[in-house]
Design a protein around this ligand. Sequence first.
Ligand code: HEC
Length: 130
Amino acid sequence: MKISLLFFFLPTIAFAQQSLGDSYERGKLLYDDFCVRCHLSNGLGESGLVPPLVNADFLEDIKATVHSIKYGIYGPIIVNGVEYNGAMSPMGLDDDEVADVTNFILNSWGNTSDVMIDEQYVKKVSKVKL
Ligand code: HEC
């Protein structure tokens, strides 16, 4: 009984890991195309102008993170105790692309996340201001 359960679950786990890896790779390409010019390749942003993505407390709120990438973010926000008062326009990414780039930033530069974001999750994040 135990063995057959193991055989049932192992491929599921392997599949989940593989799909996070694939999403991460697609997200990396999107990051290089759409995000790198402001947040930079090291994810540190620019002091006082563009907030960091590395070890950023903002990213602990995954819904807010997805919302900012999907719809843009404007006005005062505080990231790691520093206030930014800029604007990031929405980049017109599709929901699956928002998921991929979110998986990339949540798992880069030492960031780690237990949650994998998929297209369904992004679809459910509505435009209503948080
Ligand atoms: C034109 C420059 C620019 C581009 C391009 C850009 N951002 Fe931003 N981003 C900003 C600025 C400025 C803010 C802060 C806005 C504010 O002050 O409200 C921000 C905020 C954020 C935040 C929330 C705060 C934080 O740092 O945790 C996230 C997450 C984010 N950006 C991710 C991305 C991702 C992913 C991309 C690419 C798909 C991207 N940004 C592209 C300028 C940019």
